[in-house]
Design a protein. Sequence first.
Length: 210
Amino acid sequence: MNAEIVIILDNALYFSLWCFLLSLLVLLLFARSRLKARRKKIEALYGLETDEDPKTFSERSPWFNPWKTSLSSALLALAFGLLGFVTYLFLPLPYFENFSAGSEWKVTPLRVTSISYDRFYEGFSLNGEVWNQTREESLELKALIRIMGIDDKPLDEIEVAVDPSPLNPGESGTFEARYTENSPFIKGYQISFYSSDDIQIPHLTGFDVD
């Protein structure tokens, strides 16, 4: 299954769980107030004791069944949860990344799916993986790694190839780099991707990226 579909389904389940819990709370509070009102009517009609045990009261009064009412509330809350699940998946609502709304992953060509780095005395090394998430376009890529200094300004930059190149739709490529200069002044790095024509290609980060 496509990783983006898994993300959308996970968000939809999270949203539907909140819909279920909130609606269950509201319905149980409403059922509680209705049961209290119904009990008072039954007590007034049949002259039952107000301090009678609820179980005994239920047996003597077939119209008063709190368990049936609670189960009905839970089933109705479940229906609201399912409605929330379907709503999140398919309705083009603002701020929803679903199958109908304009999702960022549909228009951003690249996603960096993993990065691991090793900082050592002389500098650092890193290995990364990038995914071509376009549907039709093959991309000839190179990664530009900008070394950031302790003053948050660019200190240096290195260019490394992405293998394989070109990167076909739906494929993942890897890149790796090793930098052993200006070690005491290194604070971090930034990664960007360029085509063979030196045109910057937008990317997202996600999954297990550090």
